[in-house]
Design a protein around this ligand. Structure first.
Ligand SMILES: Cc1cc2nc3c(=O)[nH]c(=O)nc-3n(C[C@H](O)[C@H](O)[C@H](O)COP(=O)(O)OP(=O)(O)OC[C@H]3O[C@@H](n4cnc5c(N)ncnc54)[C@H](O)[C@@H]3O)c2cc1C
Length: 554
């Protein structure tokens, strides 16, 4: 039967055109310029994702003569409190220097001193790995490169479902988020690079999109993988950052490494002992917050350097923000607060389980960046595993074979969509509904957690699943697309509550603080909690997996 939807055929399909997706597209075209590579992007790949513009550092680079991949594994094992597969992290660190040199060859600016040395900071428990970058055009450089090499970028399009044939992926169903038009992508291999769940808890500022991470990331990569049968892990690692109040923009590495003072509400200095997000957040919870950053003692030259980084690289809107608040760094100070709770592979430990070849447990399906579990890999992880995923996906696609999507799967999707589109007189707008879902995530999943709260979270998420189909008003394509996003946020909350209930200990304080099990218990819990889908999306299967250690000769 001929499908009524437009069709796109490709060898490699990449879902998400952010850091990992763009790098994957570039690598795939470098490897085989003749293969067709399609990048599906919810926003506009020129400015979408965590690198909306640029970045001020590549957080993990094993610079020869300064640090080694082995030291990085040791350091990250400490940061992850043991819950980390070593070979994956080793591979990332091992390729990080070559990756950085590739960026340099594209004109990305990593400042050097008069002797030609990079500025390398210590922000990890051991070793100096964080290389200062000053590149406000990083994202546009990547976007241009992938297009110049011949990757086809399909903007404003959201992947909604993966198609599988048995345990093999064979494409995806997508929707134009402006027109609502559905289309089908046939692919020999698929790379998931759709970021983490940025829109998870509700931020203090009350704005749905006023979050730390890229707001277009709603856990779609996790949910697509989960529904296709892949293994997920680390959903109990519920992150809360501690950064600039209200705008939720980063600045800690930029300021604290340049001599700024960090003080608590009582003006006590806290910058002396290598402060971490975690120690600041704990001090805040201990009623000694808010913490503040003071700069006025710094020379004009340093203040200008900080301004030039903060106002040009990651979020140029910061300049307007500080102006609006009447804050001049020469006289004023910057107030910090906890962010919303969120899930992420790059800053945290949440993601689709992958091996050193970026393979998931589904054939032909690869994951990279914040969607994947390359624990705390940051931008380096996204770039390196973007490349690795492209290499594996290219090899798999070259093996040939393409099957058509199962018509039953399309029909089931259409039936559900028809139901949604008939909700024109629902009582609750999708925005109000999302607000409530995320408020309840704050109440019951944000740490500190306990069994009672987590069970309440599960009860609410079941109810929200139902209400999304009955109470929410879907007036147009835009509402429909947001409803798909909120469905994924609900799914991520379910996964997070299940994993948090399972891990009956406290670890990564305060990210997984169980007040009913306040101690860390290495005897029983030094392992992964792995989630897979059961009969329905709400039926989450839980297993435990051992930590994978380095083999000699890796
Ligand atoms: C504010 C901030 C500052 C940071 N600073 C640094 C730093 O200085 N150094 C460092 O090393 N790391 C830093 N990081 C971390 C690093 O930027 C991220 O780990 C990395 O960029 C993640 O890349 P990604 O491709 O996984 O996600 P993203 O770059 O966010 O890309 C995901 C893309 O997927 C798209 N998408 C989502 N769902 C769908 C869907 N269903 N269909 C189609 N497309 C979809 C999104 O629109 C987005 O473009 C920072 C992160 C943030 C948020």
């Amino acid at each position: 039967m001929r499908s009524p939807y437009p069709q796109i055929n490709c060898d490699v399909l990449i879902i998400g055109g952010g850091s990992a997706g763009a790098m994957a597209a570039i690598r795939a075209k470098e490897l085989d310029p003749r293969q067709t590579v399609v990048v599906l992007e919810k926003g506009d790949a020129k400015y979408s994702g965590c690198i909306a513009r640029g970045m001020d550092a590549l957080n993990i680079v094993a610079v020869p003569g300064v640090a080694t991949p082995e030291l990085y594994v040791e350091s990250n094992r400490l940061a992850c409190e043991g819950i980390m597969d070593e070979p994956v992290n080793f591979r990332m660190a091992q390729r990080s220097w070559a990756l950085m040199q590739k960026l340099v060859s594209w004109g990305v600016c990593f400042p050097v001193d008069e002797k030609g040395n990079y500025d390398i900071l210590q922000v990890h428990p051991k070793g100096r790995f964080c290389v200062t970058m000053k590149e406000p055009e990083l994202k546009t450089i990547l976007a241009k490169k992938m297009v110049d090499l011949g990757a086809r970028v399909v903007n404003r399009s959201m992947a909604l479902e993966l198609f599988t044939d048995g345990n093999r992926v064979c494409g995806a169903l997508a929707m134009n988020v402006r027109t609502g038009e559905l289309f089908i992508l046939h692919a020999k291999s698929v790379i998931l690079a759709a970021g983490g769940t940025a829109r998870f808890g509700l931020p203090n500022n009350g704005y749905l999109y006023g979050v730390y991470d890229f707001p277009g990331n709603t856990g779609d990569g996790y949910c697509l993988a989960y529904r296709a049968g892949a293994e997920l892990s680390g959903f109990e690692y519920t992150l809360v950052y501690y950064i600039v109040k209200d705008i939720n923009a980063p600045l800690l590495y930029i300021t604290l490494t340049r001599g700024c003072h960090l003080v608590n509400a009582f003006d006590e200095r806290r910058d002396k002992d290598h402060p971490s997000i975690r120690t600041m957040f704990l001090e805040h919870l201990d009623e000694k917050g808010p913490m503040r950053i003071k700069l006025k003692h710094l020379p004009e030259e340093t203040i200008r350097e900080i301004e030039s980084l903060l106002f040009t690289t990651e979020r140029p809107s910061c300049e307007r923000f500080y102006k609006g608040r009447g804050i001049d760094f020469r006289t004023g100070e910057i107030e910090l607060w906890p962010t919303e709770v969120f899930l992420c592979g790059g800053h945290g430990l949440t993601g689709v389980r992958v091996n050193e070849a970026a393979e998931t447990s589904v054939q032909g399906l690869y994951a990279a960046g914040d969607t994947s579990l390359v624990a705390r890999g940051h931008l380096s992880g996204a770039f390196v595993f973007g490349e690795i995923a492209a290499e594996s996906a290219t090899e798999f696609a070259a093996g040939g074979g393409r099957t058509d999507p199962d018509p039953q799967q399309i029909k089931a999707f259409e039936d559900k969509r028809r139901g949604r589109l008939s909700q024109t007189s629902g009582a609750v707008s999708i925005e109000e509904f999302e607000y409530k879902v995320r408020r309840l995530i704050n109440d019951y999943i944000r740490p500190p957690k306990n069994e009672y709260k987590l069970n309440r979270a599960l009860w609410w998420m079941d109810r929200f699943r139902q209400e999304l189909c009955e109470l929410v008003r879907i007036g147009d394509a835009h509402d429909l697309f947001k409803a798909y996003e909120v469905e994924n946020i609900i799914e991520c909350a379910t996964l997070s509550a299940v994993a948090s209930l399972e891990r009956k200990e406290s670890r990564w304080l305060p990210w997984h603080y169980r007040s009913d099990f306040p101690q860390t218990n290495n005897q029983d819990w030094l392992k992964h909690i792995v989630l897979t889908q059961g009969e329905t999306p709400g039926d989450v299967r839980v297993t435990h997996k051992d930590i994978i250690r380095m083999q000699k000769g890796n």
